[in-house]
Design a protein around this ligand. Sequence first.
Ligand SMILES: *Cc1c(COP(=O)(O)O)cnc(C)c1O
Length: 345
Amino acid sequence: MDLSRFPRRRYTPFATPLEFLPNFTKALAASCPGGQGPEVWIKRDDMLGLFPGGNKTRKLEFLVADALAQGADTLVTCGAPQSNHCRITLAAAVKEGLKCRFVIEERVPDSYDVNASGNNFMFRLMGVEAITVVPGGSNMAAAMQKMADEVAALGRKAYIIPGGGSNAIGGLGYVACAQELQQQLFEQGVQIDRVVVGSGSSGTHGGLVAGFLGNHINIPIVGIGVSRDPADQQPLVLKEAQAVCGLLGLDITVRPQDVVCVGGYWQPKYSVPNAAMVEAVQLLARTEGIPLDPVYTGKIMAGLIGLARQGYFKPGEKLLFLHTGGLPSLHAYEAVVLGDPAATR
Ligand SMILES: *Cc1c(COP(=O)(O)O)cnc(C)c1O
């Protein structure tokens, strides 16, 4: 599959590491039926560029290249109060000499605090040009269009990036990741039986599905929902994967069985902590020294752990966990992840 005809900026000058997690594997097995669990590997997409990077870095390589090709001078995007996507988009804008504005959706009422730590702090540090806060459930596309019109009224040109950078162009970032992974598995001589990935705005999961199908990588992918259960999440990911295949000109029909979604680990609500997330964040930090974030990767790893304990994976099955980043928000939830019961709702 040839991605070279799509304009791309490069924000990471290396392939993210693919590593075995021996201590975590051992600790997980001890809590699985019969003391046997999967062999867990990790791909460190938390080490992507636009420091500290994450999955949005890969999508933005293609989205920002498209913005530049269209002559935009301002990036407009949206996200939740501790949005990794907004922070990484801002970092890309700064690097490219563009301005950047956000619409922040308060999915949890009164959760946006200008002075908060984590990503919010980085919005200010990197010099976001403007932030508009809207209530949960607002029409984000309309709010971003309004912001783009305000930019146009100043005689400038905005480029709108959808939430999470998840459209067909953004999804190309995870097609590129599929190709990087394929090469890496070959070079390191590793055979992986299943990939575990987070599934939110769908560009990561959907882009990987498209990239695996297009590159004939026959490794099943399981997507752990971070904001929706499978009935709502699966059609979203299928649509994204199909759109990416369409942009690539592939004659592929994505089938429902190509998109496996798991729910039950994101509750009580998107971004709101739960006990399984706290356990997962502590377990990886204390066995491998690798931090996860409370909003996404902590819940995604809680899904991996939960499925392993239910016997969903074959003993010894080689799992690849995709670490999608999100580290700054960990600092906005310090008491929660240290297990302060008063902080965990
Ligand atoms: C955005 C995000 C996800 C979810 O990825 P989508 O492409 O939106 O589905 C997972 N992990 C982290 C850390 C994120 O910031």
